[in-house]
Design a protein around this ligand. Structure first.
Ligand SMILES: *[C@@H]1O[C@H](CO)[C@@H](O)[C@H](O)[C@H]1NC(C)=O
Ligand SMILES: *[C@@H]1O[C@H](CO)[C@@H](O)[C@H](O)[C@H]1NC(C)=O
Ligand SMILES: *[C@@H]1O[C@H](CO)[C@@H](O)[C@H](O)[C@H]1NC(C)=O
Length: 553
C-alpha cells in the first residue's frame, strides 16, 4: 500500500507546483482571463500574500512540534526524496496512458461556464460564513470549574499505561479517552505512547507532537500524570501478570461499568494495566458528565496551542485580505479499493483496484465470496462511495466558489494522482498542498513522520476560512469540524455533503440543469450546517455542542 500511496503523493505535488507556480502566476497568457492584466496583478499580490502567510504559519509549527528539527539527519532525507521522485514519474506516465475517466463531463462543462460568468460578479458568496446566528451563541466552557468536579483522587489505585494506535487523529481520541478513564478508575496516567504501525511508519512519540509539560499542567487538578512508571513496576512483565489489555478484551464504545467490572480489579491487584491499541474503546453515552467534561477538556486543550497560530494567521490575512478554503478530499487508493464502487475509470481502474484488494484486503475478498454481491450502482445509491475529485469540484462550483479561490488540499494522496485531479485543477487552479507550499528542504524534517505531516494538515484545515470535507466519517474531518465548532465562535463554517443525497443528485448527471443542481446542492449543504445539540451516543469530538463542552449564552 505504501508504495502506491507514496507515488501518487509525488504526483500530487506535481499538480500543485504546476498550477500554482507556473501556469497561473508567471504566465498570464495561459491564465484564464487574458487581457485582464489588472486582475491578474491583484491576483498575484494576493497569492503571494497567501503563500507568505501559510509559510510563516507553518514555520511557527516548530514550537508545537518540539524537537522535530533537531532529531533529524538531513542527508538521509534528500536521498529519500530522490528515489521517490523517480518512482512518481513512472507512475504519472502510466496514468497518462489509461483511457479518460468519463465522469460528469457535461456537468463539468456547465460548471466551467458558470464559473466564467460568476467571475465578474462581486464576491458575495455566503458559504464563506456560517449561515446561522445561533452558531455564535455557543461558547467553549470545558475548562470551567464546577462544584461537582471530581478532582484528583486522594489515593491512586495504580498506573494506567496507554500505547495508542492508528494515525494522529485516532491517537488523539485514544488519549482523550485515557484521560477520562484515569479519572474514572482513580488511577495515575503514564504519559501516553504511540504504537509504531507498518501502515503509518511513523516513530513519533507523544513528546514529538504535543508538549508534555503543558499536558501535565493542564490536567494537574484532575488526574495524576507521571512521565514513567516507578522502578518497581517497570521491571514487571505486564503481559505475564495479565495486565496487558488489548482492543479484543474490551468492546468498542465500552461503558464505564465495563471498565469498573474488568479493569479495576486488575488494576487493584497488579497496580498497573497497559492498554495496547485503545482505539474507540470508550463510548459517549451514558457517561457521567464530569468524565465527559474531562475528555472534552483534553480534546480542546491540546488543540488550543494551534489556536494562537490561528490569530496570527488571521492577522496576516487581514492585511493581505486573502481567504482560503481547506478541503479534505478522501480519495486514497486504499479507501477507493475497499469501497467496491465504480469510479468511471473503466477496465483499467477495475483491474487496478481488484489487484489492490487482493494484495491488501484478503479478509474482504473472503467475505465477498460468502455474501450476496451488491452492485457498484447500488452502493453509490446508498451513499457508500467516496466522493471523487470530480464530484468534489462540482459541489464547490455549485456552491459558487470562484475560479480563483485558494484551496488547501489536505491529505493529498489522491488515487490517480495529477491525472485524476485534472478536472479539479482546471476549475480551481489555485490549489496547494503542503508539498507545494513548502520546498523539499522545508518539508524534509517531516517527510518520514506521517503524524507530523498530518498535524500540518490538521492546522491548515482547522484555521481555514471555510473547511470542506468529502467524508464525514473520517477522523480528521470530524476532529477538525469539532475544533472549528468549539473555537470558531460561530464563524468557522464547515461544508459537509450528504453522500446519499449527493448520489441521488448526480444520478441525474445526463439530464439535470446546472441551476437545479446548484439549488439542490446548496440546500443539502445548508441542512448540514444547522446548529444542533449533540445527540445521544454521538461523538463529542465531532459535535462539542453539548452541556459538558460548550455553554449556550
Ligand atoms: C475514586 O475516589 C473517590 C473519592 O476520591 C471515590 O468516591 C470513588 O469511589 C473512587 N472510585 C474508584 C473506582 O476507586
Ligand atoms: C525515511 O524512511 C526511509 C525508508 O523507510 C529511510 O530509508 C530513511 O532513512 C528515512 N529517513 C529518516 C530521516 O529517517
Ligand atoms: C450518469 O447518468 C447516466 C445516465 O442516466 C447513468 O447511467 C449513470 O449511472 C450516471 N452516473 C452516476 C455516477 O450516477
Amino acid at each position: 500500500m505504501n508504495e502506491g500511496l507514496r507515488s501518487s503523493g509525488a504526483n500530487d505535488s506535481f499538480i500543485g507546483r504546476r498550477t500554482l507556480g507556473v501556469e497561473n502566476h508567471f504566465n498570464p497568457c495561459k491564465g484564464v482571463h487574458v487581457g485582464k492584466r489588472h486582475t491578474w496583478f491583484r491576483r498575484n499580490v494576493k497569492s503571494f500574500a497567501f503563500m507568505v502567510v501559510l509559510m510563516i504559519f507553518v514555520f511557527l509549527l516548530d514550537s508545537l512540534m518540539v524537537s522535530v528539527f533537531s532529531s533529524i539527519k538531513f542527508h538521509r532525507i534528500s536521498n529519500e526524496r530522490n528515489s521517490n521522485g523517480g518512482e512518481g514519474d513512472s507512475v504519472a506516465y502510466v496514468h497518462e496512458e489509461r483511457s479518460t475517466v468519463e465522469m460528469y463531463s457535461r456537468l463539468l462543462n456547465s460548471a466551467s461556464s458558470a464559473l466564467t460568468k460568476e467571475e465578474f460578479k462581486q464576491d458575495s458568496l455566503k458559504f464563506w460564513e456560517e449561515p446561522s446566528r445561533e452558531a455564535s451563541k455557543w461558547k467553549p466552557c470545558a475548562d470551567k470549574r464546577y462544584p461537582t468536579s471530581l478532582g484528583k483522587p486522594e489515593e491512586s489505585n495504580g498506573y494506567i499505561m496507554v500505547s495508542a494506535n492508528g494515525g494522529l487523529n485516532q491517537q488523539r481520541v485514544a488519549i482523550c479517552n485515557a484521560v477520562a478513564l484515569a479519572s474514572l478508575l482513580n488511577a495515575t496516567l503514564v504519559l501516553p505512547k504511540f504504537l509504531y504501525s507498518n501502515v503509518w511508519k511513523d516513530p513519533s512519540q507523544f513528546g514529538d507532537i504535543y508538549q508534555e509539560d503543558y499536558f501535565m499542567s493542564m490536567l494537574k487538578d484532575d488526574i495524576h500524570i507521571v512521565r514513567e512508571l516507578p522502578p518497581h513496576l517497570k521491571s514487571l512483565d505486564v503481559e505475564a501478570i495479565g495486565s496487558l489489555i488489548t482492543d479484543a478484551d474490551i468492546p468498542k464504545e465500552a461503558k464505564p461499568n465495563d471498565y469498573v467490572g474488568t479493569v479495576l480489579p486488575l488494576l487493584m491487584k497488579n497496580k498497573v494495566v497497559h492498554f495496547l491499541g485503545f482505539g474507540n474503546r470508550l463510548g459517549f453515552d451514558p457517561l457521567p458528565s464530569d468524565l465527559q467534561r474531562l475528555r472534552c477538556k483534553f480534546g480542546s486543550t491540546t488543540a488550543r496551542r494551534f489556536r494562537s497560530r490561528e490569530f496570527l494567521r488571521r492577522d496576516y490575512v487581514a492585511r493581505g485580505s486573502s481567504k482560503y478554503l481547506a478541503l479534505h478530499l478522501r480519495f486514497e487508493e486504499d479507501m477507493v479499493a475497499y469501497s467496491l464502487c465504480d469510479f468511471g475509470g473503466g477496465e483499467y481502474e477495475k483491474k487496478e483496484l481488484e489487484t489492490y484488494r487482493e494484495m491488501h484486503f484478503p479478509l474482504l475478498i473472503e467475505r465477498l465470496k460468502n455474501s450476496k454481491p451488491v452492485s457498484p450502482a447500488e452502493l453509490r445509491k446508498l451513499g457508500r462511495c467516496p466522493l471523487t475529485p470530480e464530484e468534489a469540484v462540482l459541489v464547490l462550483a455549485a456552491l459558487g466558489f470562484k475560479h480563483g479561490t485558494y484551496i488547501y488540499l489536505a491529505g493529498s494522496r489522491i488515487y490517480g494522482g495529477s491525472y485524476r485531479m485534472r478536472p479539479f485543477t482546471s476549475l480551481y487552479p489555485n490549489l496547494v498542498t503542503k508539498e507545494t507550499l513548502l520546498t523539499p528542504i522545508e518539508l524534509a524534517p517531516f517527510q518520514n513522520f506521517s503524524s507530523q505531516l498530518a498535524a500540518l494538515d490538521f492546522i491548515a484545515c482547522a484555521t481555514s476560512d471555510v473547511f470542506a470535507m468529502t467524508d464525514s466519517g473520517s477522523q480528521l474531518s470530524s476532529l477538525v469540524s469539532g475544533f472549528r465548532t468549539y473555537y470558531g465562535d460561530g464563524h468557522a463554517p464547515t461544508l459537509r455533503p450528504n453522500k446519499r443525497r449527493l448520489a441521488a443528485i448526480f444520478s441525474e448527471n445526463s439530464s439535470i440543469g446546472w441551476n437545479t443542481l446548484e439549488d439542490r446542492i446548496r440546500k443539502m449543504i445548508e441542512e448540514g450546517q444547522r446548529v444542533r445539540v449533540r445527540g445521544s451516543g454521538r461523538s463529542i469530538y465531532r459535535q462539542p455542542r453539548c452541556p459538558e463542552c460548550m455553554c449556550r449564552s
